[in-house]
Each structure stands twice: as structure tokens, then as C-alpha cells.
Design a protein around this ligand. Structure first.
Ligand code: AHM
Ligand code: MG
Length: 353
């Protein structure tokens, strides 16, 4: 295995000794070190991950200067689901599409912001082996109020022959066929977390060198946590099992003698990230308004399900494993219960009784 490291030497004024050494592993170095774990064309796949990292850095820059650049607010258009598109949604979408198009490793993209599959029509991309499903800016209701938002992505190997025109069959693969998935959280710092099926690793953007640096190697979600992330405004139309579980969370008959805490940001990436680090459960069941749940399978639930499973957690629709669903629509919605293994297990037990 290659062992590439950037060694930064800081001048005297930053250090007690004359020279101090900081070893960091950048995302680019890590991808190359780990590319042998990928069973498919390694160099191309590494370049694709690198392109996503570049798009993430660019979106991070736009998110950070959003207020200054007057790009907050509505773009004046709607996406396929009839939701207002925020200006930053549109900017982020264009940035990722542009980055992946130029990179040449992807033949088609599915995005929350586009009704149809985006076919990248160029001789180079036609020969590409991968497709990407993404939510360029998740948690968009939080954009205008300076609360954490994120980008979510998943990568599949196409099933149509290389060189031919890609079609929806390339996307309608169950999540268990995913090659990689990840998210970027634009929070107090910007982090990129991803998996290729060999554990989960997190990288924090160091603005001083403009690189994602490995900060959270081999992330594992605790089997139990003390927080639940659920929009309790929907409790009246929730399945009985969810009502019972939330009621149980609020009781004090636990080893800690106190109820669990409710933590719901309204940005799934941010809620998921906290639960991944601290333990917890994220719940988005069917509601009166969204009888199939609100969150989209291909670019919201599947990538998070892959990550949480790789970290030792569980992701279920209440009717089975998220990753086993064969999609039939790019914007298909599913209920989701995911997070710490024991918490999700308890909720599923109540749903099935
Ligand atoms: P979005 O992709 O349009 O931002 O919608 C997805 C978001 C999730 O990030 C979040 O968990 C959920 O919608 C919040 O929905 P609600 O306000 O119904 O609780
Ligand atoms: Mg979203």
C-alpha cells in the first residue's frame, strides 16, 4: 500500500521548537492509498471521488459566502416535486454537474433538482463506467437561516454497456450494489464522510491549505444513543409503533433516569452526522402529507443507509432493509428509520408487533 503523507513545516512563530511536524492525510492521498479496495477500474473511480471532493470544496465556498453574494433565497423555480428551489440549490446542482461532466468519469447523473436523468453527452462520458445520484444541497429550508446543510451522493457502476447511451436501468439498481456513498456537511466546519464498503472515514476541510484532511478514521456509530431525531409535528399521523417508541423515549425508566433528548435540525445530513458520532436514531415515517415518507430513496436514503451500515448501524423502511429496495422511480420516497443498532431494533420491534 502506498503511504503518501503531506508534511507541513510551520515557522518558529507557530511553534515552541524551531521546526514542528504535522502529518495529515488528505482526501486525495487517502483515495489513492485505498483504491485497491475497489473491485472495479481503480484509477477512474479514484478520479471520480476526487472530482466530488472538488465540487464539495466549491459548494462549501459558495455556502460560506452566500449572504455576501446575495445568493440566498428562492431561485423563482420549482423542482420536480413542486418544492421551491433556493438559489444555492441551483448553484450547487450546477457545480456538481459541471465538475462531473468535466471529470469524464460519469455517463449520467440523477439529481433531486432535475426531473429527468441527466445524460452527459460526450464521447468521453459515453465511455464512462459510473453513474451518480445526488442531492446537491440537502436541508434547503435551512439555507436562508444559516443552519447546517449538506450534499449527498451515491455512485453505481452502470449496467448498460460502456459506449452506449445510459438509461434508467443504470439507476434502478438496489442500494446494495452501490460502489460508494458519502455526504458533505457544511457546518461549523465542512466535513466529507464517505464509504466504499470498507468502513466509513471522515475528512475535515482545512481552509488554510484547501484540502479535506482525514480527521475521523474508521467511524463507528454507538449501538445505543440518547437522542432521537424526528419531526414531532407529524406525530398524530405517525404509525402506532412510532408513537409508542417516541412515548418510550420520553419516559424516565431508563438506566440514566432521564428521557432521551429530541434533536431535529431539519437537515438530514446534520441530524445523521450527529447521530453517527454520538449515537441516536433518525426517523422519517409515513405522514398524512407524505404517505410513503418524505425522503427520497436514491439520493437521500440509500447513501445514508450504506454509510450507517458500514459504521455498524441499521437503516430500515419498517418493511425491510433500505439497501434491498429495487427503485422504480428516480424520485421515489420511502419511510426511513436509521441510526444506532439497538435503537432502530427497538423501534422496528414496536412497528411489527
Ligand atoms: P430537501 O432535500 O428538500 O431539503 O428535503 C429533505 C429534508 C431533510 O434534510 C430533512 O430531514 C427533512 O427534509 C425535513 O423535513 P420536515 O421539515 O418535513 O421535517
Ligand atoms: Mg434533500
Amino acid at each position: 500500500m502506498l503511504n503518501l503523507r503531506v508534511t507541513l513545516y510551520l515557522p518558529d512563530k507557530y511553534t515552541k521548537t524551531s521546526m514542528s511536524k504535522f502529518n495529515v492525510t488528505t482526501l486525495g492521498q487517502f483515495i489513492i492509498e485505498r483504491q485497491n479496495e475497489i473491485p472495479v477500474a481503480k484509477g477512474e473511480f479514484s478520479r471520480l471521488l476526487r472530482d466530488i471532493g472538488i465540487a464539495a470544496k466549491t459548494i462549501s465556498r459558495e455556502v460560506n459566502r452566500a449572504g455576501l453574494a446575495e445568493i440566498l433565497g428562492d431561485a423563482g423555480s420549482e423542482n420536480v416535486q413542486g418544492e421551491d428551489q433556493k438559489k444555492l440549490d441551483v448553484i450547487a446542482n450546477n457545480l456538481v454537474i459541471d465538475c462531473l461532466t468535466r471529470g469524464g468519469e460519469v455517463c449520467a447523473i440523477a439529481s433531486e433538482e432535475n426531473d429527468e436523468m441527466i445524460y452527459i453527452q460526450s464521447p468521453v462520458s459515453n465511455n464512462a463506467k459510473y453513474v451518480v445520484a445526488m442531492d446537491p444541497l440537502d436541508g434547503s429550508s435551512n439555507i436562508d437561516v444559516n443552519v447546517s446543510i449538506g450534499t449527498i451522493f451515491s455512485i453505481f457502476q452502470r449496467v448498460t454497456p460502456v459506449g452506449s447511451k445510459p438509461d434508467l436501468s443504470d439507476f434502478f439498481q438496489p442500494g446494495n450494489q452501490m460502489l460508494a456513498a458519502g455526504y458533505v456537511i457544511y457546518g461549523t466546519s465542512t466535513m466529507l464522510v464517505y464509504t466504499t464498503g470498507n468502513g466509513v472515514n471522515g475528512f475535515t476541510l482545512d481552509p488554510s491549505i484547501g484540502e479535506f484532511c482525514l480527521s475521523h478514521p474508521d467511524m463507528k456509530i454507538p449501538a445505543m444513543g440518547k437522542t432521537y431525531s424526528y419531526n414531532e409535528g407529524n406525530i398524530l399521523s405517525a404509525p402506532n409503533g412510532v408513537k409508542e417508541y417516541i412515548n418510550w423515549c420520553q419516559q424516565v425508566d431508563k438506566p440514566t433516569n432521564r428521557p432521551y433528548s429530541a434533536r431535529y435540525i431539519g437537515s438530514m445530513v446534520a441530524d445523521f452526522h450527529r447521530n453517527l458520532l454520538k449515537g441516536g436514531i433518525f426517523i422519517y415515517p409515513p405522514t398524512a402529507k407524505s404517505p410513503n415518507g418524505k425522503l427520497r430513496l436514491m439520493y437521500e436514503c440509500n447513501p445514508m443507509a450504506f454509510i450507517v451500515e458500514q459504521a455498524g448501524g441499521v437503516a430500515d423502511t419498517g418493511n425491510g432493509r433500505v439497501l434491498d429496495i429495487v427503485p422504480n422511480d428516480l424520485h421515489q420516497r420511502v419511510p426511513i428509520y436509521m441510526g444506532s443498532k439497538d435503537m432502530v431494533g427497538q423501534l422496528l420491534g414496536l412497528l411489527h408487533q
